[in-house]
Ligand binder design. Structure first.
Ligand code: MN3
Length: 205
């Protein structure tokens, strides 16, 4: 049984003018689909054939199967990225906003640190808002396909900073893409739900 590529949660043009329909068509239809195809080719006829994507990611990290890890983690990271964005303007839940204020000194502090984290990856990678191993909010970046799933961290939100995520729309201006992500694209409902599920608190929105 194949691990299905989850549908995009919105249309290809839903994030315009911030991300073009052309970028979304290529990013989802070629890059994300490509990772899904590689995962399914790799697990066919193996012990992972009927496994969930998360368990494939974890198993590949544990066994050191770098090719399978790269494809599976990228498949998972991209689905999480699509869900981290949306066409509607949203706000963090009250409980999440309180934590953001406490840890980053407010939404401006969050933005500054998130943009810096995404900019700090020399090559390809991801910027994340996570709950770390002691349950505190933290902004991190990961390199290539690496994912918080295998580091005892709970992801709340992510932004893809591989060049293919922004090059058609922003060329070399990764910082501008990251600022646009924070200002216009973040689905705070999604991050707030993840925060509530991980911390056991109920969002008040
Ligand atoms: Mn990508």
């Amino acid at each position: 049984m194949a691990i299905e590529l989850p549908p995009l949660p919105y249309g290809f043009d839903a994030l315009e003018p911030h991300i073009s329909a052309q970028t979304m068509e290529i990013h989802y239809g070629k890059h994300h689909q490509g990772y899904a195809d590689k995962v399914n080719d790799a697990i066919k006829g193996t012990e992972h054939e009927n496994a969930t994507l998360v368990s494939v990611v974890t198993a590949a990290a544990g066994s050191g199967d770098q090719d399978l890890f790269n494809s599976a983690a990228q498949m998972w990271n991209h689905d999480f990225f699509w869900k981290s964005m949306g066409p509607e303007r949203t706000e963090p839940s009250d409980v999440l906003k309180t934590e953001i204020n406490k840890v980053f000194g407010g939404m401006d502090g969050f933005k500054e640190k998130f943009v810096a984290a995404g900019g700090s990856e020399f090559g390809s990678g991801w910027a994340w808002l996570i709950l770390n191993s002691v349950g505190a909010l933290e902004i991190i970046s990961t390199t290539d396909a690496d994912t918080p799933l295998v580091h005892d961290q709970t992801p709340l939100l992510t932004c893809d900073v591989w060049e293919h995520a922004y090059y058609l729309d922003y060329q070399n201006r990764r910082g501008e893409f990251l600022e646009t992500f924070v200002d216009h694209l973040v689905n705070w409902d999604f991050a707030s739900e993840n925060f509530a599920a991980a911390s056991g608190s109920k969002p008040s929105w």
